[in-house]
Design a protein around this ligand. Sequence first.
Ligand SMILES: Cc1cc2nc3c(=O)[nH]c(=O)nc-3n(C[C@H](O)[C@H](O)[C@H](O)COP(=O)(O)OP(=O)(O)OC[C@H]3O[C@@H](n4cnc5c(N)ncnc54)[C@H](O)[C@@H]3O)c2cc1C
Length: 398
Amino acid sequence: MKLQSGNYYWPTTFPEAPAYPSLDENISCDVLIIGAGSSGAQCAHYLKDTGLKVAVVDKRRVGEGSTTTNTALIQYLGDKMLFELVNSFGEDMAIRHLKLCEEAINDIEGAANDLDIASDFKRRDSLYYASYPEDIEKLEKEYAYLQKHGFQAVLLSEQEIKEKYGFGKYKALYTYNDAELNPFKFNHALIDGAAKKGVAIYENTRINGKKLENNQAVLYTDKGHSITAKHVIFAAGYENLEFRNEKNSVLASSYAVVTNPVDDFSSWHKRTLIWETARPYIYMRTTLDNRIIIGGFDENTANADKRDSKIISRKEKLIKECKKLFPELDIHAEYYLGAFYGGTHDGLPLIGEYEEFPNCYFLMAYGDNGLVYSMALAKILRDVITKGSHPDLSIYQR
Ligand SMILES: Cc1cc2nc3c(=O)[nH]c(=O)nc-3n(C[C@H](O)[C@H](O)[C@H](O)COP(=O)(O)OP(=O)(O)OC[C@H]3O[C@@H](n4cnc5c(N)ncnc54)[C@H](O)[C@@H]3O)c2cc1C
């Protein structure tokens, strides 16, 4: 799958990223993880201390899948609004999901702080503004649920938004304790930490065949070697869909730019993450070296050529959107891209278990908070593999 096109910022921030060998023999392990992107790395992180023999394989280099283009806003509120999740799944399940996301952000922070490679994790608040007057009511509903269940948030009036940011928006939900990080470094930090605890990592190793039986799985690589495993986690990102289609998944295209470094962020209150109620939405964050990442203008296409034909026009539009909010900033796009972007129809990520794939789990952290979802799902999968179950598994198996 041609996951993305363009020129990418994150790899330039870590040119000294470690390299790993490709697999050149037959091996066996307790758990094979297919994919060394952030979700495979999160699984390796959780499994590294279990005493199990774990191997990770990737057909590319570590972090060179969708993780390379992840804009890495770390948030617990997602694409599907909370009140919509409540309508679809009931209040208990929707709130439990949100609490798991909050816990996952804490776990990401814990891992980022513990590991040897710095991931540039930083707590940030989020400004979630109403794009249209009719969306004010949606934000009020969102706020009521957040308040009721102990999430830290306030509603900002038009006047308060103006005072803090200088731009005019009808109303906004201001949430506390979200975050940002460098997803490429985080990916490497997790893989490096797992490798140091004995997890075997193989790059440039494509899985292209399988023999799945009830007592073991045998996976075959493009170089003709076999990997025999008791359990397999498919953490191949959107390319999981090449192994097995999932009818709840939906693939679209998204766009992002990274600007030149900016001298002065004094008009950008606390360098919050900024997003909006429009769907598809535009979002923004800043980086450690004072750039702005602007993303959005999603297109409903899973055709790489169609996606890529719009990269240049989207680049200009994204810069324009940022300038509408912050006209004083002298910015241009230094990096820009188009990428496939996956979600689910019902708005929650998935752990797939299928009859024709015994002993296999498909981790599909699809949605705008993919990195947060995959942290939560990887933790659940650790318990499913080591203890046989997890009380929250059913939320993600629908
Ligand atoms: C433009 C964009 C912006 C985003 N912004 C955000 C955001 O702000 N916040 C957020 O939380 N999430 C965001 N996401 C989502 C986030 O990028 C993903 O959730 C995350 O990167 C997915 O990681 P992954 O490991 O599942 O997939 P990947 O990074 O794609 O890793 C999967 C790996 O599997 C490997 N693989 C595939 N097939 C095989 C095979 N046959 N054999 C061996 N290896 C294989 C691939 O090479 C790849 O390295 C964004 C995504 C995009 C595209």
